[in-house]
Design a protein around this ligand. Structure first.
Ligand code: PRX
Length: 636
């Protein structure tokens, strides 16, 4: 069913060019990208649109010089200096607004401080900050110098921070004392203090003072002290090449070690700029509220780089949606006249339970586009969002993409006049995205047949590689099917070419939309003194989409207890981060394994979710499955 008939369609404004633009992008790719790239400012023109000489390490716009921070700030100063770039507000209602010229000044001052501390092109700095204005400011300052940022989401803890700092060999960590969540203080600097004891590459910790005096350690320098001395001076922008790295963002895969996905100034810059316009249709009087954290790719691309390059106004909110009341977001939408709103299915489901009265008291009439991201949206949540927030009339862009893709790949594209929506469908591929669904054998599926989504040609926003691990890049993304990019998601495509993404096809969980590998959790569990072995799987959760369930074998001398269960949960949260939410921990004496000793997670999953076991011919000891069944029965 097409819902187009329900949607506002202003013929005069919206010419429907989607089909023509898409066709041009595929049939005339070189010309198309040349034209698109002209919308941004280049210091020096590129030689090649797409350099395929070292495939699959494709390089876009090679030979050119461009800087994303320059395109976000300097380029917009001329026409939008007095326009608000960023509104920021916290739980308490404290707020600021930074115009493009104020943001430019702040970024320059920050860049000068960084420069004085010895940060230069190519250096890596880890940012461990909550959603405070200094987060985008420090990103843009590092990018201005050609340095590479790697943001670690502030919900991660010590071990995650150590692993990321060491893999990136970061010279600096940028942090602050704390953030507030539901009026409770969440410690950040204490975690950095512990981490930097095990990260030899870190020369300085740049501490941003909030409303309390930080306890300074040996490597710490206080941002405010240095900034005061520096003052507001212009810092020359580094004329980075299109193929210079902009950031590394670690994400989970099928092994215990997170992958350092890295993106480059040119291709990522163009992709985030264009997709912002195509999908969110941002115009000069729009206010864009993206509820994601900048510590994830959604915030990188659609709070900072996309909207700011597009000269838009964004709203950043440091807090949770249901504190002090479950109408916090709707209050903000009303207060700031938000026009485009982007959130996750988990957030929608968590707000549904509070009922509609919290919405009715707010004027949401400025909204014109709604978005969803991070996990498949279930029909019930979709309908609630459409009816209650969208007044049964606004388009919902269900944007499918990944850390690796840099920006949105499949979605409706209101900015190109394409409002076509179908319930549960993500939509059609964006221009330049040559997507398909393959069977296990690598041939296109029939309409509505489940398979793996693939991207059959490079696109500008694609990851440049896995930091320090080129083999893993080839193996993970370019080896399942010859010559095509493999994202690791199940999907179907219908007879109209609409894509429906069904979820991960690998050992990666989406807990509240946060991506986390089952092996990462297993590695932490077995580092606990009581644990000998563990198998972690995901089970469906009505609000969070998924939660983690662990089957755990204890070491001799330890006995199962609810206290130990709680201790293990707390241990994982403290070590890896609060994003790991357990749906259960079951103690068993052995795990189902193959004859060669490999843990059969598939069987653990079948038993825990009460499904049929399937093929058990390689199972070494059937009593392992019986025991797990019994433990689960006893528990429930
Ligand atoms: O499984 C898909 C799911 O999120 C994965 C990517 O996770 P991450 O790199 O953390 O990026 C999330 C934000 C872009 C994908 O492989 N996913 C993301 N968006 C959707 C989705 N699944 C279904 N529908 C979506 N709109």
């Amino acid at each position: 069913m097409s819902q187009q008939e329900n949607l506002p369609f202003d013929e005069e404004y919206y010419q429907p060019p989607y089909k023509a633009v898409y066709r041009e992008s595929i049939e005339n790719a070189e010309k198309f990208w040349r034209k698109m790239s002209e919308e941004l400012e280049w210091f020096y023109p590129y030689e090649k649109v797409l350099d395929e000489t070292n495939a699959p390490f494709y390089r876009w716009f090679s030979g050119g010089r461009i800087n994303i921070s320059y395109n976000a700030l300097d380029r917009n100063l001329k026409s939008r200096g007095n326009k608000i770039a960023i509104y920021w507000e916290n739980e308490k209602g404290e707020n600021i607004g930074l115009t493009y010229s104020q943001l430019y000044n702040e970024v320059n001052r920050f860049a000068k401080v960084l420069q004085d501390l010895g940060i230069k092109k190519g250096d890596r700095a880890v940012i461990y900050l909550p959603l405070m204005p200094e987060l985008p400011i420090s990103m843009l300052a590092l990018a201005r110098l050609g340095a590479i940022h790697s943001i670690v989401f502030s919900g991660f803890s010590v071990q995650a921070l150590i692993d990321r700092i060491n893999d990136a060999k970061a010279k600096m960590v940028i942090t602050t004392t704390h953030t507030m969540r539901r009026n409770k203080r969440v410690e950040l600097k204490g975690i950095v203090d512990q981490a930097v004891e095990q990260t030899p590459s870190v020369e300085n910790v740049l501490v941003i003072k909030r409303n309390e005096e930080p306890v300074m350690k040996k490597k710490d320098v206080l941002y405010q002290d240095l900034a005061k001395r520096t003052g507001y001076k212009k810092v020359e922008v580094e004329e980075t090449s299109s193929t210079d790295p902009l950031f590394i963002l670690y994400t989970s895969g099928t092994t215990g070690k997170p992958k350092g996905i890295f993106h480059l100034h040119g291709g990522y810059g163009i992709w985030t700029y264009l997709t912002t316009k195509w999908v969110f249709d941002l115009r000069d009087n729009d206010v864009f509220f993206n509820t994601a954290d900048i510590g994830w790719i959604t915030g990188h691309s659609y709070i900072v780089y996309g909207p700011l390059q597009a000269g838009a106004t964004v709203l950043m909110y440091e807090g949770v949606p249901d504190y002090p009341n479950p109408d916090r977001w709707w209050e903000l939408v009303e207060k700031y006249n938000v026009t485009v709103f982007y959130t996750s299915p988990t957030a929608i489901r968590s707000l549904m339970k509070y009922g509609e009265d919290w919405i009715k008291n707010h004027d949401l009439s400025t909204l014109r586009i709604l978005g969803s991201v991070g996990e498949p949206i279930n029909p019930e949540a979709w309908r609630w969002y459409y009816k209650n927030i969208g007044n049964s009339s606004l388009p919902i862009v269900d944007t499918w993409w990944q850390t690796e893709t840099g920006g949105i790949m499949i979605s409706a594209t209101p900015g190109l006049g394409n409002y076509m929506l179908k319930p549960s469908a993500n939509g059609l591929p964006l221009p330049g995205v040559d997507a398909d669904v393959f069977t296990e054998e690598g041939i296109p599926t029939n309409p509505r047949e489940k398979g793996y989504i693939v991207i059959k040609r490079p696109w500008p926003g694609m990851l440049a590689g896995v930091w320090n691990d080129p083999d893993r890049y080839i193996k993970t993304y370019w080896s399942k099917f010859q010559g095509v990019y493999y994202p690791g998601d199940y999907a179907v495509k219908d007879e109209d070419g609409f894509f429906f993404i069904l979820g991960r096809a690998d050992e990666v969980l989406k807990i509240a939309g946060h991506r986390i590998g089952t092996r990462e959790i297993e590695d932490i569990l077995i580092s606990h003194p009581a644990v000998a072995e563990s198998a972690v799987i995901g089970i469906p959760d009505p609000v969070r989409g998924e939660t983690a369930v662990a089957a755990v074998v204890l070491k001799q001398g330890y006995t199962p207890s609810s206290q130990l269960r709680k201790e293990l949960e707390d241990y994982v949260k403290k070590t890896l981060g609060s994003i790991v939410i357990f749906g259960g921990i079951y103690f068993v004496s052995k795990l189902p394994k193959t004859r060669s000793g490999k843990i059969m997670r598939r069987l653990v999953r079948s038993v825990i979710s009460g499904q049929t076991l399937g093929d058990v011919s390689t199972l070494e000891d059937e009593t392992s499955v019986d025991e797990l069944k019994k433990v689960i029965e006893e528990f429930s």
